[in-house]
Write a protein that binds this ligand. Structure first.
Ligand code: 26Q
Length: 797
């Protein structure tokens, strides 16, 4: 095997990269390794594709505007079970695999949780041998790179394609026209949309390798080009920029990922992106079906289309258009086929994140789809009327928001066009039924269902934490590698001091490695024997990084007032990106850095507290940070975090959770047991009650000494002497409205943190809890999640 790989590597280096061993630079070796591995993958890929065609299997199509993949080298090697062989082959030439892996840029085609979930799902689909395609956009610039300058976030473009991408294949033959604007003309037998403008969507495929290489599926990302990239007449007349305007317009469609993860952007370009990729994907699905099955009417038997949030909602209207205008079906039949094919996943209930488009914009860009939305709407409203729903319910169900400026509601379109609408954790799904979708749920009571999120244990245990993986193998054997729920075998060993010792040794080694990396990145020195307390995720007020920071200031204050007490040494690690336009989120980053500077240089805390902001948090950093965490901060205002998936990754890697009863935290608690998690704060129900009762945060702050001192220290410039008013408004928000209930939960959170300190003092007890966590979170494998989608929604298992 090694000899094989070695020979192939040299052959690739010479004949595909054009370098001999002496001339090759590290990056050439990385590319040679990727291409060598890729050749092995392609054989499995073609085999899996052939098998699916031959057996006429039903396929799953996962439509997502985001795939937050990260690096692929380690994932592909590990799933092909070639890590050892490649390591050795490279070592023979004086190269270290781990060092070469660092040369691969992250594929960051997503913002956060939703995009990373799509990537975990793709890996699990392949691992479970389910024929599936992911469809999305091949952004030239994915998630921005975050630089911290004087404590502030700066956004820089990430050029992940600069050195080429060895994993992708352009499919020139799979190209479709996507139109915009224009008019709808009546023909004798129906209507036709005559777009004013057309671009070409071309497929670029990346293989997705499942565990043990069982199956290789396709991630198909669209790129855009102009049908006539240059107008020679215009060019020759000397108008060079105008001559290339079409290409520029096409390029802009795939230029950047919108970097807001919870604020519907509302710009025309975003709607264009949504339609561009939805239309290309639906055309591709329909073309494949008709080509191999001959009859469009059997589409629901052979295709399951899953919409990742409402970003591809317009696919409902596009599928209807193809069925009506191209395949000539009647409305009723087209509607039946569409609904039996499409399913929709909701990821947020935050009102500001619910997508809706101004009706004039939608109509101008997609006139035929606008007609179809109206037709769907009149049908849905008729059904609502027949069901006896009142006017209030009917206007809530409508696909058109009539309040003020009229808008198309993408969530209502997706709900109406789908046979299944799922939430991503049990609480979230219940809240969907009670709040945003209450009336639609009354009309279609069988549609909403829950599919609690999961994460792939290959990337998030085996690959990112080989030390822990090997300790677990020694303890319970290899079965958990194929079925994460077998981790439960560890449960009965939780009190075994030898196992506790080995798990703790691995954790310490991971902390030493992380400390070295963070020293490089930030210059801060960390004590690996301190408790590593970590909050890494997008910066958002509902996630309450501010609660963490205010408590950190409280602790800092207490350590200075009582240096004689034996404080547990803590390292507070915080990381995450703020949407470029999100003022308070950016201020929270600056505050973290201001607090870090002051605390880290204060000799009176004597190294008992360190604060570090990790710049440019991304998938690759997550893979280093999560295995090194002792404490996982999952502290959103109850009812606001749909699920969370970081919470699962931390628990799987032996961190204890401090968290609210929100999202999947609740289900984690149910599985690991109340004694092995630290829960605090208001429940979702209590949050709603407090709001209804007229919550007065100022009174709460004035009644809590520690909170009052911390908030006023921040507000008066203790951490920002260069600009004492910097945080006046941010803290003013806590006094005046405190929408996210930081004050209401503060005392409970601070007490929970001191209970964490106590637990930490009992290392034997801590280790036992850690093992109970690892043992009981195998259920949060995305294999389990995907099995449920496959069985309940897609009917493919
Ligand atoms: C919408 C319109 C225009 C521009 C951007 C957007 C947009 C983009 C991304 C809106 C929302 C998102 C991302 C949402 C997201 O990541 N939600 C998270 O999904 C995770 C997976 O289900 C959950 O675990 C998290 O709780 C949820 O916040």
């Amino acid at each position: 095997m090694v000899a094989d790989i070695d020979e192939l590597l040299i052959d690739v280096l010479r004949h595909r990269i054009g370098k001999d061993e002496r001339a090759a630079k590290p990056h050439d070796w990385f590319t040679a390794a990727a291409l060598t591995l890729r050749d092995r993958i392609i054989d499995r890929w073609m085999e899996a594709t052939r098998r699916t065609y031959a057996e006429r299997e039903k396929r799953v199509y996962y439509l997502s505007l985001e795939f937050l993949i990260g690096r692929l080298m380690r994932d592909a090697l590990s799933n092909m079970e070639l890590t050892g062989a490649m390591e050795e082959a490279l070592r023979n030439h004086g190269f270290d695999l781990a060092t070469l892996e660092e040369l691969e840029p992250d594929a960051a085609l997503g913002n956060g949780g939703l995009g990373r979930l799509a990537a975990c799902f793709m890996e699990s689909l392949a691992s479970l041998d389910i024929p599936a395609y992911g469809y999305g956009i091949r952004y030239v610039n994915g998630m921005f790179r975050q630089r911290i300058k004087d404590g502030w976030q700066l956004e820089l473009p990430e050029t992940w394609l600069a050195h080429g991408n060895p994993w992708e294949f352009e499919r020139r033959e799979s190209a479709y026209r996507v139109g915009f604007g224009g008019e709808v003309v009546g023909l004798n037998d129906g209507v036709e949309w005559r777009p004013a403008e057309e671009v070409e969507a071309t497929a670029i495929d990346t293989p997705v390798v499942g565990w043990r290489g069982k199956r290789v599926n396709t991630l198909r990302l669209w790129t855009a080009s102009a049908l006539d990239p240059i107008s020679l007449d215009v060019f020759n007349a000397g108008h060079h920029a105008e001559a290339m305007a079409n290409q520029v317009r096409a390029d802009s469609l795939v230029r950047v990922l919108y970097p807001a993860d919870s604020n519907a952007a509302g710009q025309e370009l975003r709607l264009r992106q949504e339609f561009f990729f939805s239309s290309a994907s639906i055309q591709d699905i329909v073309r494949r079906h008709v080509q191999y099955e001959g009859d469009i009417r059997t589409l629901p038997d052979k295709a399951a289309i899953q919409l990742n949030d409402t970003h591809p909602s317009v696919a409902v209207a596009e599928l209807m258009r193809l069925l009506l205008d191209v395949h000539g079906l009647e409305f009723d039949e087209a509607w039946d086929i569409t609904r039996r094919t499409v399913a929709y996943t909701n990821h947020t209930l935050l009102p500001e994140a619910l997508e809706s488009w101004p009706l004039p914009l939608f109509e101008r860009l997609l006139p035929r789809h606008m007609q179809i939305v109206y037709a769907i709407n009149s049908r849905v409203l008729r059904e609502a009327h027949k069901a006896g729903l009142d006017d209030g319910a009917i206007s809530a169900i409508s696909l058109i928001d009539e309040g003020g400026e009229r808008r198309v509601r993408m969530a209502n379109l997706a709900f109406a066009g789908a046979h299944s609408v799922n939430g991503v954790a049990a609480l979230h799904t219940e809240l969907m039924k009670e709040t945003v979708f209450a009336d639609l749920h009354r009309l279609y009571p069988d549609r909403i269902n829950n599919k609690t999120n999961g994460v792939t244990p290959r990337r998030w245990l085996q690959q990112c934490n080989p030390g822990l993986t090997s300790v677990i193998r020694d303890a319970i054997g290899d079965a958990f590698l194929d079925d994460a729920e077998k981790l439960v075998e560890l449960d009965k060993l939780a009190s075994d001091p030898a196992l506790g010792e080995r798990v703790a040794e691995v954790k310490r080694a991971n902390k030493v490695a992380l400390a070295a990396h963070l020293k490089e990145l930030t210059g801060v020195r960390l004590n690996p024997d301190a408790l590593f307390d970590v909050q890494v995720k997008r910066i958002h007020e509902y996630k309450r990084q501010l609660l963490n920071l205010v408590e950190t200031v409280g602790l800092y204050d207490q350590i200075r007032s009582h240096p004689e007490r034996d404080w547990v040494p803590r390292v507070k690690i915080i990381g995450g990106k703020a949407a470029s336009s999100y003022h308070n989120a950016k201020l929270i980053i600056k505050l973290t850095n201001d607090i870090a500077r002051r605390v880290n240089s204060d000799p009176s805390v004597g190294g008992l507290l360190k604060v570090v902001f990790v710049p440019n948090y991304n998938v690759s950093l997550a893979e280093r940070i999560i295995p090194a965490a002792d404490l996982s901060e999952q502290i959103s205002t109850a009812g606001m975090e749909a699920s969370g998936t970081g919470n699962m990754k931390f628990a799987l890697n032996g961190a204890l959770t401090i968290g609210t009863l929100d999202g999947a935290n609740i289900e984690i608690k149910d599985r690991v047991g109340d004694d092995n998690i630290v829960i605090f704060g208001l429940t979702a129900e209590e949050v709603a009650e407090r709001r209804a009762d007229g919550y007065k945060p100022r009174e709460v702050i004035e009644n809590s000494r520690e909170l009052q001192q911390a908030v006023s220290a921040i507000a008066t410039g203790v951490f920002s002497p260069d600009d004492p008013n910097r945080y006046a408004d941010l803290m003013g928000g806590l006094y005046d409205h405190d929408w996210f209930m930081v004050a209401a939960d503060f005392d409970s959170y601070a007490a929970a943190q001191r209970s964490v300190d106590q637990r930490w003092e009992d290392q034997a007890g801590w280790r036992k809890s850690v093992i109970h966590n690892i043992a009981n979170v195998g259920w949060f494998s995305s294999d389990r999640t995907i099995s449920e989608y496959a069985r309940d929604i897609w009917k493919v298992l």
